[in-house]
Design a protein around this ligand. Structure first.
Ligand SMILES: Cc1cc2nc3c(=O)[nH]c(=O)nc-3n(C[C@H](O)[C@H](O)[C@H](O)COP(=O)(O)O)c2cc1C
Length: 162
């Protein structure tokens, strides 16, 4: 009999998918983390599911938010993957270590990620150790650029375990 959870883990580690940085702001508090568990779920209307680990500081702030920003990570910005995936806001202020501007609804928009959208949170979903945030795009920018993928940075030690 196969050890299904172990085989499933070996299988999923072989996947490749683009990475994103999700940011949130509530009042003067800002957080952000890198995610790979994310997908468009609808074309008309446009919908996107961002899956945030319950352990992340960003997820805690997102409970009180009504919008999130989702940034596509450019291939040459592995430094932002290190910062937003390898560090936790429980220990450092990530926004002191990168360039950003205030975007729609006060969301931090990363200067290093020229393609992003702001999404209104339509619903939250229990997905196991992650929580799914279903987003409706309310603002967006798009610039052509090669993207960063899971296989490029899978060795980064996450700021929090899943
Ligand atoms: C390759 C990679 C993929 C990740 N994917 C996700 C993800 O899909 N969802 C998530 O919530 N965290 C994911 N993480 C973990 C968070 O980015 C990481 O724990 C981060 O430090 C949390 O920061 P925070 O505590 O400031 O929110 C990933 C990390 C790495 C290195």
């Amino acid at each position: 009999m196969e050890d299904v959870p172990k085989v499933f883990e070996r299988l999923t580690i072989r996947l490749n998918y683009p990475l994103f940085v999700v940011t949130a702001a509530v009042g003067a508090t800002r957080e952000g983390c890198m995610i790979g568990f994310a997908t468009q779920t609808s074309v008309h209307p446009g919908r996107f599911l961002a899956c945030l680990s319950r352990r992340n500081r960003t997820t805690r702030l997102a409970q009180d938010a009504d919008v999130l920003a989702v940034h596509l990570l450019p291939r040459e910005r592995a430094d932002l993957a290190d910062l937003f995936g390898g560090e936790t806001g429980d220990e450092i202020d990530k926004f002191e270590h990168c360039e950003w501007t205030e975007g729609p609804r006060g969301l931090p928009i990363l200067a290093g990620c020229p393609s992003w959208f702001a999404g209104a949170i339509l619903s939250r979903h229990d997905l196991g150790d992650h929580e799914g945030f279903l987003l409706e795009p309310i603002d967006a920018r798009c610039e052509p650029a090669e993207l960063l993928y899971f296989q490029d940075v899978k060795d980064i030690e996450p700021g929090h375990d899943a």
